[in-house]
Design a binder for this molecule. Sequence first.
Ligand SMILES: Nc1ncnc2c1ncn2[C@@H]1O[C@H](COP(=O)(O)OP(=O)(O)OP(=O)(O)O)[C@@H](O)[C@H]1O
Ligand SMILES: [Mg+2]
Length: 254
Amino acid sequence: MSILELQAATIKFGGLIAVNEVSFKLEKGDLFGLIGPNGAGKTTCFNLITGVYKPTSGDIIFHGRQIQGTPPNRIAQLGICRTFQNIRLFPALSVLENVVVGGFLRHRTTLAGALLYLPSSLRETRRLKDEAMDYLKILDLDGVPNARAADLPYGMQRRLEIARAMATKPELLLLDEPAAGMNPQEKQDLMETVKRIRDDHGITILVIEHDMRFVMNLCERIVVLDHGEEIAHGPPEAIRNDPKVISAYLGEPV
Ligand SMILES: Nc1ncnc2c1ncn2[C@@H]1O[C@H](COP(=O)(O)OP(=O)(O)OP(=O)(O)O)[C@@H](O)[C@H]1O
Ligand SMILES: [Mg+2]
């Protein structure tokens, strides 16, 4: 059984069909890419999968169960977690605290709830911090646990978002433009880290990314959207040479 399946998922905003009958399947352990020009409907797909929006029609199926219409916090508890195109950290909290709170958000519906229920016993706090440090290590942030999130350079903030998402122990991780704003070396390192997250932690990954080198080198299968429609689906070699994809990107090299 697939871990995630979109079946003719559609959402309309007034007269605009942002996502139009999009269907694809992710198998457990997939490293799957979702690409397309600006405004193609990629982030909206993430919003459909994570319950931010309910599809106008079509189904979103996780482990064989329809999840459309399920509230976002419940979907996070089911095991789907995401990062955001526009970074959303708790800027005044430390790097470590961001990850600890991330873990709590899986069990509590609000940030206030997460903070209120933070464990009072030292032992429990210790355990959570140790766990958070493990995630920081994976994202190569264990050298700066006490820095304020807001003070981190951009590339590190993006990695911190991934560490926080991992702290919710997801089965499926959705990354919305994780390499945006990174330099080539940071991108290369991130590519290796994302591969490791899949290989070592068995997490299925769906990634949106504009950097074609990044997507083509990282993902094993790719879906391409344009104006809300799925225009191609396949392995990177086929996508790279697909005339529809090339023309959607108006001759940009892919
Ligand atoms: N809540 C909303 N209300 C109205 N229109 C929306 C809403 N959310 C998204 N859209 C529209 O849906 C279309 C798809 O947007 P989306 O953000 O999914 O694109 P994208 O593929 O992620 O683009 P980008 O690469 O620029 O991030 C756009 O035309 C956008 O303006
Ligand atoms: Mg987007």
